[in-house]
Design a protein around this ligand. Sequence first.
Ligand code: PMP
Length: 423
Amino acid sequence: ARRSLAGGISSPARLTSTGPHPYPLYLREGSGARVRDVDGNEYIDHLISYGCAVLGHASPLLAGALAPLLTTGTMFGTCTTEEVELAERIEAMVPCAELVRFANSGSEAVQGAVRAARGFTGRSLVLKFEGHYHGWSDTLAVSNRPTPEQAGPAAAPRSVPHSPGIPPGVVDDVVVCPWNDPDALRTVLAAHRGRLAAVICEPIVANNACTMPAPGCLELLRELCTAYGVPLIFDEVCTGFRTGPGGAQGLYQVVPDLAVFAKALGGGVPIAAFAGRRALMEPLAEGRVKHGGTYNASPLCATAALTTLRALADPATTGWMEEAGRRIMAAVRRAAHDRGVPCAVQGVGAMFQVVFTPDGAPTRNYRELLAADRGRYDVFRHELLRRGVHVNAYGAACWFVAAAVTEDEVAATCAAVDGAFAA
Ligand code: PMP
């Protein structure tokens, strides 16, 4: 019965990019973990702008830091102190970060990291994993969500399924491997010995419904990449500074050669970074490998990132996100158990997803996600929306918890979860 502007607006691109809501949701204002739509309906928000508004919407910290810049000017094109300070902070927080470069989006920063690896190795082939998403470049967008026929398990390396609109031949420099599958990994690495420029993965697969790494999987990946002399890239666009101050590499104590950051880094302002071992990054510093971008770490965005990272460097901040998310995860498990609904709640507190797998077991790879009941997820999140809780519309992506979420909002989310399952 809720009205929406959408009836009078023809905006297919926008609707596609915001996902299949029961009605298009036009949000007008937000504060902390709350958002209000154009009709005045209020929601507790566990999408937080696809994970970007990690401190919460309209963060007073960010407002206080950014407002003065709008009157003093935000000059760039020369060296800026903000950029240097931000690089130093990232180096202090992230285990693999000896040198840092900046970009404007996760997709661009992924390209920067891949280029650094290609420049370092002199090779072009990249190994990625099914269901892992690394942005919208022609090369790495492929095979993000292969069809059931295209998905693994793969006994041997396969060519890459092309995304619609990408001509064959453009993406021949990528091979794809099933995730959490040591045998397939060994096979693919051996088959491409001496040809791989990089192996790239999402350490927690936010874009495969927060699939967790199987025990020992990241360690094996690290070991094999070292043995084969292939740079390992962690795409920490979702996990970075969120699953703890050191991201996934801090959480799992597995250190890649390069890592990519965006989303939480800017607290909602567009900024991204890639960082890594000195040997791989130095060619960029020396200009032997090129990386540019007019807006990279512009003072406005770098200040937003510095302010956000100062907050996230405090373990109490990420600790509360973890605790708040764990309470919601527990509520989903309890509600599902009480009603006898098979359901996996997977991820960590700060980012997780609810997946209606046939037997309630967590997914290990893309193929298992394909077997989950997406329709049921859709019903679930519609029922949540009705109860004033806004979550990701895509069952394949995940929920994000803002540091600003309050005890009351967590409790209200848990109650809405119970009501949604009852309905
Ligand atoms: N890598 C991962 C893991 C992501 O989740 C995303 C975005 N969802 C990207 C890369 C691309 O980032 P952007 O949308 O900022 O280009």
